[in-house]
Design a protein around this ligand. Structure first.
Ligand code: SAH
Ligand code: SF4
Length: 338
């Protein structure tokens, strides 16, 4: 097991089981998440027998770097190999407000959206919470940057790895862990209705983003086969539920794909669906992938879509794409490598 898989409580109980004092957990976490050491040996305020015990029960190396790409705008993309040989990727993006990392939560993805490179590769397994944390630590090390924001938008469906996701969020948010503020963390889901409702009750102030991509079932089912299980109105219903419980604004992600979901009529339909909800729409230029038949909407179409939403008082932004020259969209580096 990876040492990063343990929540603070789990580490305390491990220590107590082995007749060590609970305060050792603070020391170990300080080494892991503040000093960011890469060996147990380096934890030089721990007694030798405790270091031996940790070495015997846990590993501390999670990721092996396969490829690192740096693009002109400062985006750093890392392809990693995990202990059983699977490949995952993390992307570090420079934002004007601080550096942000996009992490992977599963090896592949079973949601199978027709526009997405990750969905083409069936899920092999969930990543453990520690493997997700290791992406943050390792990418920080490799880039020499201090990561201030985390977006859970890499390969995989985070709500299909719900417990792992919660443990990950707990550890990166914990003041003795990475201490990344909940408001600096965003989780993106393809819209798994039961999990959205459950997530409303976990009591974290983490941002939630929903990949809607279409205002009706005809278009959305074509793009996302999960829509057959959780159609648009059920997803909107879950968003309303989440809003009523948490009072926190939700982000609606909407990729613009040429001739599919980007017309004026579709924009008006989207306005109707979202009117009165405390949401803001993040319009995303589609990143073309070799495997999918879709094209990015022309710039003028994207701007017109944006204007329609704006005119109808829907809060909206048009995302500036990043790392386009190194295939920053989710799963693309990995699928090319395979
Ligand atoms: N599985 C989750 C999180 C990972 S995908 C989800 O689907 O929300 C993160 C975001 O990237 C989603 O909004 C997804 O629709 C989008 N995305 C996937 N492939 C893309 C591509 N080729 N271009 C632009 N956005 C893409
Ligand atoms: Fe999975 Fe998200 Fe890609 Fe859909 S967009 S296949 S849910 S990673």
């Amino acid at each position: 097991m990876l040492i990063y898989d343990l929540t603070h409580e789990a580490l305390v109980s491990f220590l107590q089981t082995h007749q060590h004092k609970p305060y050792r957990a603070d020391q170990i976490w300080n080494w892991l998440y503040k000093q960011k050491v890469t060996t147990f040996e380096a934890m030089n305020n721990l007694p030798d027998d405790l270091i031996g015990l940790l070495e015997q029960h846990f590993t501390i190396q999670a990721l092996e770097l396969v490829i690192k790409h740096v693009s002109q705008d400062g985006t750093v993309k890392c392809l990693y190999r995990v202990h059983d040989g699977h490949l995952i990727e993390s992307v570090l993006m420079k934002q004007h407000y601080g550096d942000s990392i996009c992490v992977t939560t599963q090896v592949g993805c079973n949601i199978g959206c027709s526009f997405c490179a990750s969905g083409l590769l069936k899920k092999k397994r969930d990543l453990t919470p520690g493997e997700v944390i290791a992406q943050v630590l390792e990418t920080e090390r490799l880039s020499g940057k201090r990561i201030a924001y985390v977006v859970v938008m890499g390969i995989g469906e985070p709500f299909d790895n719900f417990d792992g996701l919660l443990a990950f969020l707990h550890i990166i948010n914990h003041p003795k862990g990475l201490a990344i503020g909940a408001r600096h963390i965003t989780v993106s889901t393809s819209g798994l209705v039961p999990q959205i409702k459950a997530y409303a009750h976990v009591g974290l102030q983490v941002n939630l983003a929903i990949s809607l991509h279409a205002p009706n079932d005809a278009i959305r089912s074509r793009l996302m086969k999960i829509n057959k299980v959780y159609p648009v109105d059920e997803v909107i219903g879950a968003i309303k539920y989440y809003l009523s419980v948490t009072k926190r604004r939700v982000t609606i992600e909407y990729i613009l794909i040429d001739g599919v979901n980007d017309t004026h009529e579709v924009a008006l339909e989207l306005v109707k669906k979202l009117k009165g909800l405390n949401v803001y729409v993040n319009l995303i230029p589609y990143n073309e992938v070799i495997e999918a038949p879709y094209r990015r909407s022309p710039q003028a179409t994207m701007l017109a879509f944006y204007d329609t939403l704006k005119k109808h008082k829907i809060q909206v932004t048009l995302r500036k794409e990043q790392g386009h020259d190194i295939n920053a969209a989710c799963g693309q580096l990995r699928s090319q490598h395979l």
